[in-house]
Each structure stands twice: as structure tokens, then as C-alpha cells.
Write a protein that binds this ligand. Structure first.
Ligand SMILES: [Zn+2]
Length: 258
């Protein structure tokens, strides 16, 4: 490694793990380098130079030194700490869920500017505390898009014919929705039903990919999110090949709030 032993980058703190007596391993999603893990030495000591800068979900400017095995956090300055979100337990759980998704789908040391910007935008939207469920679903959909996992929702993934406005069969192995004719030929035992209500929102999302949906615009389409939420949850789990840890906590706090 030449010259540049220290690098600076904007980053979001995704998670932390204690190591040794006073240290933590911090996982960042950085704008310039993708996912990066680095040790913050002495962070658990009272009066540490890091203060609260390495709290999960903070948007920070970090200075990180390359190490032989693990990198080290030299300095960390908070850009935004999303204080509204932190006062609301459900919003915190939602933020942690988003961070876990980025930890799962984000690649080590491989930048994805779209993913970084989406993450920042979603944390700001959650911090406004309105329509949070909608913004999480919109994040999940775009995460599938930027990760290359976005299925086909507008026409049959096998024959290309348009789909009627009705419930359909979704097959993750085929990579999308199958028309009734193709279900018999191409459907696998991995498929499940996706309702017309879920498909309506998914197609709206698909049409909106190049738009900048904004939290200050009115969004009449948020009425019925139950089915699309269930669909995306199932599909994310399928792609991640496991249950995401934070969904259990998220469901619990949402249930207690309702
Ligand atoms: Zn078909």
C-alpha cells in the first residue's frame, strides 16, 4: 500500500460490536468505499475522543487508517444524528432495519453511490416521522433495483404478455410474475400468490424509479400497504437467504405502538 494510509469519507454507522475491553468494531456504509469495518479504540472509555459520534445511524465524516488486518477509526465528526428519529422507539427500530438491509446487501469495499444516497434520504424521511412505512417500502424496492434483484411486475416474466388487473403468482426463480398460462409450465414450488393490491404498489414503484419521490408531496397511493409489505418482506428474506435479525424487533415495537 502506498502513500494513502489514511482515507476520509462520508459514512453512515450501520452497526457496532464490542471488542476487547474498551474498543468497538464499527461497520460503516461509506460513500466512497462501500461497506467498511474499522476499530474504534478506546470508544467505550469514559471521555473517549469519539464521544457519541459513532452511534448507530449517525451520518458522519470519518477519517480511517488502513491497518494490517482491520482498519482503525482516527476521527469521526457527526454531520447529522437524526434526533427526531431517536426519540421514537419504532422509528429507531425502522432505522436499524434499514441499516441491517444495507449491511446485508452492501458490498465490502465497493462503492454504490445510489445506495448511499438512498440510505441518507431514507433516514431523513424517517426523521420527519411521517409516512414511515411507505418510505421503508420505497427503500426496499430501490434496494432490490440497485442490487440487481428487481423482479418483473408489469408483464409475464416468461411469455412477456401483459398481466390482467388481478391476483397473480410470483415465482422468485423465474424472476417475476407469471401469467395463468405460464404458471403450469414454469411455476416452481418456491412461488407464492401476490395480490392485485400489492401489484398496484409494486408497479407504481417500478414506474417511479427514475423519479424523486419526495416526503413533502402528497402521496395518495399509501392507503393500502399491507400486501406490498408482506410481499417485500418475503422476497427480501428469500434473497437474503435468512430472516433479518431486526425484523422481529421492528414487528414487536410496531405491534405495541398500534
Ligand atoms: Zn406468460
Amino acid at each position: 500500500m502506498t502513500g494513502n494510509r489514511v482515507y476520509k469519507t462520508k459514512a453512515i454507522v450501520l452497526k457496532q460490536m464490542p471488542i476487547g475491553e474498551t474498543n468497538r468494531i464499527i461497520t460503516f456504509y461509506t460513500r466512497s468505499f462501500g461497506k467498511v469495518a474499522a476499530v474504534a479504540r478506546g470508544v467505550r472509555r469514559p471521555g473517549s475522543k469519539f464521544g457519541g459520534s459513532l452511534e448507530i445511524l449517525n451520518h458522519v465524516q470519518a477519517s480511517i487508517a488502513r491497518g494490517r488486518s482491520l482498519d482503525n477509526v482516527n476521527e469521526c465528526v457527526v454531520i447529522e444524528s437524526y434526533q427526531n428519529l431517536r426519540k421514537n422507539l419504532t422509528a429507531i427500530a425502522e432505522g436499524i432495519y434499514i441499516a441491517e438491509l444495507v449491511d446485508t446487501f452492501g458490498e465490502d469495499r465497493s462503492p454504490n453511490f445510489s445506495l448511499f444516497d438512498m440510505l441518507l434520504e431514507t433516514l431523513s424521511n424517517l426523521d420527519r416521522l411521517e409516512h414511515r412505512e411507505f418510505w421503508i417500502l420505497w427503500f426496499e424496492f430501490r434496494l432490490l433495483h440497485v442490487s440487481g434483484f428487481l423482479p418483473e411486475f408489469v408483464s409475464c416474466v416468461e411469455c412477456g404478455n401483459g398481466l390482467d388487473r388481478t391476483d397473480h403468482v410470483f415465482d422468485p426463480i423465474a424472476g417475476g410474475v407469471l401469467c395463468p398460462d405460464c404458471v403450469n409450465n414454469y411455476g416452481t414450488d418456491q412461488s407464492w400468490n401476490v395480490s392485485v393490491s400489492a401489484l398496484t404498489v409494486l408497479r407504481f414503484f417500478q414506474r417511479s424509479l427514475n423519479l424523486n419521490l419526495r416526503s413533502d408531496s402528497s402521496d395518495p397511493y399509501v392507503d393500502d400497504l399491507v400486501d406490498v409489505k408482506a410481499f417485500l418482506r418475503t422476497y427480501m428474506r428469500y434473497i437474503a437467504e435468512r430472516d433479518l435479525k431486526s425484523t422481529g424487533f421492528l414487528d414487536l415495537v410496531r405491534f405495541k405502538e398500534s
